[in-house]
Ligand binder design. Structure first.
Ligand code: APR
Length: 239
């Protein structure tokens, strides 16, 4: 399949969903999960590090790891792919919905409105246990992680860990968008993590994969474009 054909599909589509994963941000310099060869990802599988159990067992290690990722994100910028999506949304209000598994905030920084961030945000944190009046009443004590000075409740990254529920409002809105779209661009995801990957299987619309490598969703696709997000999206989304 040629990008020009997909561009025709984009032009004809009334409602488009972009379902993005870590590869969307690769050209911004953010390492993907399953390719990362450095840091803790090299030593632990994501499923071992990104869990509530891992945080409870080693809160400082997991907190520090997220803090380091947060710091490195402050040094990167949205790439041409993020910008092409946001520019399309500005030219065509209400026509394209971004559903992302990324926690890096780069779609939002590029100017995409209404991003449905299924896996939360690494730029924010929240209480580990449901906050008690003491937690809400005062600033958390600084620390790694910060904690409530009264009850000891810990702050944790506001991301969705393995085994946790996705935010209900975002997931419901993503399911509605997937059901209503006539075209879904699946960009930079290995397609192994559900329920996000299930959105590409549930849609009645055409499914186009943008990924330089094979993914688990290729069999659900009407077209597979072997290229990168920053190279292909500006071409696909140009008017
Ligand atoms: N453009 C497009 N795709 C790319 C690019 C690029 N420049 N570079 C890499 N890719 C592709 C890879 O080929 C791979 O298929 O991006 C995909 C990244 O896959 P993963 O690292 O598995 O990331 P993702 O699919 O987002 O992971 C899903 O798993 O660890 C959890 O919660 C975490 O949201 C994450 C989820």
């Amino acid at each position: 399949m040629k990008p020009q054909q997909v561009r025709e599909w984009v032009r004809a589509a009334r409602r488009i969903v972009v379902l993005s994963g870590a590869g969307m941000s690769a050209e911004s310099g953010v390492p993907t999960f399953r390719d990362a060869q450095t840091g803790l990802w090299a030593k632990f599988r994501p499923e071992e590090l990104a869990t509530e159990e891992a945080f409870r067992a080693r809160p400082q290690m997991v907190w520090d790891w997220y803090a380091a990722r947060r710091e490195s994100l402050a040094k990167v910028e949205p790439n041409a792919g993020h910008h092409a999506i946001a520019a399309f949304q500005q030219r065509h209000p209400g026509r394209l919905t971004v559903v992302t598994q990324n926690v890096d905030g780069l779609h939002q920084r590029a100017g995409s409105p209404g991003v449905l961030a299924l896996h939360g945000s690494i730029l924010e944190d929240r209480w580990l246990e449901a906050p008690r009046p003491c937690c809400a009443g005062a600033e958390p004590l600084p620390g790694r992680p910060p904690r409530c000075g009264v009850c000891g409740n810990l702050r944790r990254p506001a991301v969705v860990w393995f085994g946790e529920m996705l935010p209900a409002r975002e997931l419901a809105a993503a399911e509605d968008a997937a059901a209503a779209c006539d075209l879904m661009l699946v960009v930079g995801t290995s397609g192994v993590v559900y329920p996000a990957a299930g959105l590409a299987r549930a849609t009645q619309g055409r499914v186009v994969i943008v990924n330089p490598q094979a993914s688990e969703l290729d069999d659900a696709a009407d077209a597979v474009l072997r290229g990168t997000a920053a190279a292909l999206l500006p071409e696909l989304l140009e008017d």
